[in-house]
Design a protein around this ligand. Structure first.
Ligand SMILES: [Zn+2]
Length: 1019
């Protein structure tokens, strides 16, 4: 008997939800045989959520059905649902025809029943009845329905689709109802007595006006803002109103992962504009895509009609990725909304009759701030109030695999964009908007606008609509998302929630954002390392966590003074960003994040002094001084030309970086990546993102050169000394950007077989302009250490490093003996006869007759720790003391690694004791005690950095209410065991604990160096 559900029979598939790109089109595509686990080409998978799930197929014509067969997906084992029922859509809606239970996974489940006349079938799985391993998920490779079509009109599939949608919405809302109610109450408890408390206040408005009259960069920027805003001034209110649809913006691009149905690609390969309703043009082939479009099947040459009723069009065989669903209809709504309230993923086709400018709500609000012309505020008011009417009925996009964190407008991590843009705009225009009679009359003409339901229509309705219906539901999302996530976006969500709270003068929101269980204090203290690095491996996301957008959002809540809250590690994070951010070009492989590191130097509204801003951007005073010197004291002057020597390493022409190794015969690897010849590009993190691999065994010295642009331009050469068993690997890896689309950079890797505990790599990095200048690099024989001889024009450098625990290292230069006891030593012999001796952290360096004595190294121990001001009492046993600017290394054998910190202040207490203020926070992590079990306690506070770095807190001291309780023997995420069993006594659930970076008894060592220059040739 025929399978009536099959795609070829005209069956239309619908799923309750979608896990990423596992579209429902897989339910009836005929693919039920596959090897290994299912993927998005073979099975539909629901999201994992505490909701009923279903897979349904609507028939082309009514049918009599008497049997179904379901082929399950496979994730390790068969993903057989443990309990589900079979339902048929009849005149009276869904009718149950079978209920099944399966205790063991099986490939296929069949159910036979008395013939039912129906228009659709579905498998319905109740909450938590999925496969054992993933009870909240449903995963179906194929649903077959057997029987025969009967005579009758074509089935109205839209009616059944809408019923399914409504059912899902009902379930979803019901599940969220309690929390939604609570969040809305929080918003409603506070009206908004203050104004201009967002990113731009009165002072900034005045400053912008001054900037515009006195500087060119501000003038051109404001001209752009006004031009964008003026486009809207020519449109009537109804036009703007109609641009904001009541229907859901269901996809962020036609296909986020697979681009064009013919030409492939990813997001950003389709374009449209606001005047081309529901139409998309492929950026590659120029062909048009929309519901009703006729496109040519690239394999057969036949014309195919694109049908998209709002659920997307699924490409048939012959196209680039057959079976993929493309959302032309609903992605266009997303495009328009994003032009208005944030920014779209896809490109804009230039046209005068379309809005092609920057974020409309922002441009209008800024135009009002610049000019004081209330007509701009009015247009922004139309946009905001209309959005407030429909916002809560949206439910985000299919691009999010976890519907519980799904935004209203956007997929999960980006909802904070429109929230920020709306709050910043509303803050500026609220004064005008809430007394705008024309605005109220306009919305009254559109329908019921007694938003608060008190029987009257007045300005209080506008306020209620914006506060309750817009920001209330925005906060509902923030609240929901923050409680589930640990990614970098949780930081931005916390910052935006704080900004909403500050804008509405709502302390409850601010407290949740900062001190709540998922707030900024927890996240930035526990998920950021002591030097300001976010817990991800990726430097790009680490930088993205703090710079650019994050700072902008911190400024949004500027009266909260978040920048100075020590727990948030802002200073450290900015400094970390500065250290790895080479002017926005971060070293990275694969999806490491764009970094968003370009702080908006051009933004005239940045609400701090320019000098302060430059300081923030760079993190240190020397840099600020350079900025001021460079600009002649006027940072504004260089705002639009900001760039410097950091470009050297990661220059603009990133895709032109070519690496070449010298003197090594490389053998190309047949396919694959550095992760292995059988690991395809992009399949494994890290090494799986370096392809075009060549390898060579290389025990001698080798070098590699990278250049930016042509031979006259800048480059860097790496020369590495050889070692036994060394292997050199070259390849090309993705830089920043999107997988498959980002520029490829040239990589060289050096590997040595593990021998004992350490491997030594000796290399010289040589930045140059035009041509390299080092003539040679040779190894030196050093007992107790390693060394290299580097020859350049006019001089030779001999560089030494102690690597073994010996009293003295020895070597030889031209028959003269070298001896040293130091971490690093350098001897430079100039052709002129001048000689230089230099040592770091050591007692002496001897060269022939010459002796350089090292200064006494300050050594001692920590006597007391002062958490309140991040300072220590240190007693010194040797050396001449410590000074501001010194670097200290702290050692404690119980800890997995040393700590180091800069000295900020020094106060002498007596002959040997100092009070030393440190540059870093002593607070490693904070949490709440959940339970106490003998010598250990548990905590469910999020501490991701401990999870990714086991042992990080071992040997560290724990404080409760400022009192030291004892040292941790071992700490894993969730469980903390004291070394001293009695330390847990008296500890109780609910106590707030702090893990301290340093402890009494830690060894202290200050860093010291010495040098000596001798003008004559000796002997
Ligand atoms: Zn195309």
């Amino acid at each position: 008997m025929a399978n009536l559900a099959h795609w070829d029979e005209g069956g239309r598939p619908y799923g309750s939800s979608i896990a990423y790109a596992n579209y429902p089109s897989r339910i009836n595509d005929g693919i039920k045989d596959f090897s290994g686990n299912t993927n998005n080409d073979t099975a539909w998978s629901s999201a994992s959520e505490k909701l009923p799930q279903w897979a349904a197929v609507v028939f082309r014509r009514p049918a009599s059905v008497n049997r179904i067969a379901v082929y399950w997906g496979r994730v390790g084992d068969w993903a057989t649902s443990r309990r589900f029922r079979v339902e048929c859509w009849t005149q009276k809606g869904w009718k149950r025809v079978a209920a099944l239970q399966r205790s063991e996974p099986e490939r296929m489940t069949e159910a036979a029943f008395d013939p039912v006349t129906c228009e659709a079938v579905r498998l319905h799985q109740g909450v938590g009845n999925g496969p054992e391993a993933t009870p909240d998920r449903m995963c179906v490779a194929e649903l077959e329905a057997h029987g025969a079509f009967i005579h009758g009109p074509e089935v109205d599939h839209l009616r059944i689709r809408d019923a399914l949608r409504e059912e899902w919405e009902g379930n979803y809302r019901e599940m969220r109802r309690p929390i939604t109610r609570e969040v809305l109450a929080r918003i409603d408890r506070k009206a908004r007595p203050k104004s201009l408390t967002g990113p731009i206040g009165r002072a900034e408005m005045e400053k912008a006006r001054r900037n515009i009259t006195s500087t060119q960069w501000a003038k051109s920027l404001s001209e752009k803002i006004i031009a964008d805003a003026n486009w809207w001034m020519e449109k009537d209110d109804g036009f703007i109103y109609d641009m904001i649809p009541p229907e859901n913006p269901r996809a962020i691009s036609p296909s986020y992962e697979r681009g064009c149905p013919i030409h492939g690609g990813g997001r950003r390969c389709m374009r449209t504009n606001t005047a081309l309703p529901y139409r998309w043009q492929c950026a590659e082939g120029g062909e048009w895509w929309y519901n009703g479009a006729k496109v040519r099947n690239p394999a057969t040459g036949q014309l195919v009609e694109v049908r998209d009723d709002g659920d997307g069009w699924t490409s048939p065989p012959g196209f680039a990725n057959p079976g993929t669903t493309y959302h032309f209809q609903s992605a266009w709504r997303y495009y328009v909304l994003s032009k208005l309230f944030f920014h779209p993923y896809e490109q804009t086709i230039p046209s005068d009759d379309a809005y092609t400018g920057g974020t409309a709500i922002t441009q209008l609000a800024h135009a009002y701030a610049i000019t004081g012309d209330e007509r701009y505020a009015h247009k922004a008011g139309v946009m905001l109030n209309r959005l407030a009417e429909v916002y809560r009925f949206y439910n985000g996009t299919v691009d999010e695999q976890r519907p519980l964190t799904r935004g209203y407008l956007v997929q999960v991590s980006w909802e904070e964009w429109p929230i920020h843009d709306c709050l910043a705009a509303y803050d500026l225009i609220a004064e005008v908007m809430l007394r705008d009679r024309t605005l109220l009359d306009f919305f009254r003409s559109k329908g019921d606008c007694d938003y608060n339901g008190d029987g009257k229509v007045n300005f209080e309705d506008l306020r209620h609509n914006i506060h309750h219906n817009l920001f209330g539901y925005m906060c509902e999302w923030l609240h929901r998302a923050m409680s589930i996530q640990t990614g970098d976006y949780i930081v931005r969500e916390g910052l935006v929630l704080a900004a909403v709270g500050a804008m509405l003068d709502n302390r409850e929101l601010v407290e949740e954002a900062i001190d709540g269980p998922f707030g900024l204090a927890t996240n930035l203290t526990n998920n950021t390392f002591r030097d300001g690095k976010w817990w991800y491996d990726s430097p790009g996301y680490s930088v993205g966590c703090i710079t650019g957008m994050s700072l902008e959002r911190m400024f949004s809540a500027r009266q909260l003074n978040l920048l100075n809250d020590r727990r948030l590690r802002t200073r450290e994070a900015v400094e970390f960003a500065r250290n790895v951010d080479c002017d926005g070009r971060l070293p990275g492989i694969g999806d490491t994040g764009g970094g968003d590191s370009r702080i908006k130097v051009l933004n005239p509204f940045v609400p701090c002094r320019h000098e302060e801003f430059a300081h923030l951007h760079t993190g240190d005073r020397a840099y600020l001084a350079r900025h001021l010197a460079l600009s002649g004291g006027d940072v504004d002057r260089i705002r639009d030309r900001y760039a410097d020597w950091m470009l050297l390493f990661h220059g603009e022409a990133g895709r032109d970086l070519t690496g070449a190794t010298g003197g090594v015969a490389l053998t190309p690897q047949a396919g694959g990546t550095v992760a292995g010849p059988d690991v395809a590009f992009g399949d494994a993190p890290g090494w799986g993102y370096i392809k075009d691999v060549s390898r060579a065994a290389c025990e001698g010295t080798w070098s590699a050169t990278w250049r930016i642009g042509n031979e006259d331009r800048t480059g860097i050469r790496l020369t590495m000394l050889g070692d036994r068993g060394r292997e050199i690997i070259t390849g090309r890896g993705e830089g920043y950007g999107f997988f498959g689309k980002s520029p490829l950079d040239a990589y060289v890797l050096a590997r040595s077989p593990a021998k004992g505990e350490t491997t030594v790599y000796v290399a010289v990095l040589e930045p140059f302009q035009g041509h390299p200048f080092i003539r040679s690099v040779e190894p030196l024989t050093v007992s107790g250490g390693v060394g290299a001889k580097v020859c350049v024009d006019g001089r030779t450098d001999y560089l030494f490093r102690k690597t073994e625990e010996v009293l003295a290292c020895a070597s030889e230069i031209d028959g003269r003996r070298v001896e040293f006891d130091a971490a690093f030593a350098r001897i430079t012999l100039h052709d002129s006869g001048k000689r230089e001796l230099h040592l770091i952290q050591g007692s002496y360096l001897k060269f022939g007759e010459e002796v350089l004595q090292g200064p006494a190294i300050p050594r001692g121990r920590v006597e007391a720790v002062h958490l309140t001001d991040d300072s220590l009492t240190v007693s010194l046993s040797s050396g001449e003391g410590l000074a501001e600017g010194d670097l200290i290394v702290f050692r404690n054998p119980a800890c997995i690694c040393n700590s180091s910190a800069g000295v900020k202040t020094v106060e002498r207490l007596d002959a040997n004791r100092l009070k030393v203020g440190l540059s870093l926070s002593l607070n490693l992590s904070e949490g709440v005690v959940q339970s106490v079990e003998g010598d250990a306690f548990t905590s469910d506070t999020c501490m991701t950095k401990l999870k990714v770095c086991p042992g990080l807190f071992d040997g560290k001291a724990v404080y409760v209410n400022g009192v030291r309780r004892g040292v941790l023997k071992t700490a894993t995420e969730g469980r903390f065991a004291f070394a001293d069993p009695s330390a847990g006594a008296g500890l109780k659930a609910g106590d707030r604990f702090l893990v301290c970076d340093l402890d009494v008894g830690d060894e202290v060592e200050g860093m010291r160096s010495a040098d000596l220059t001798l003008p004559q040739v000796c002997g």
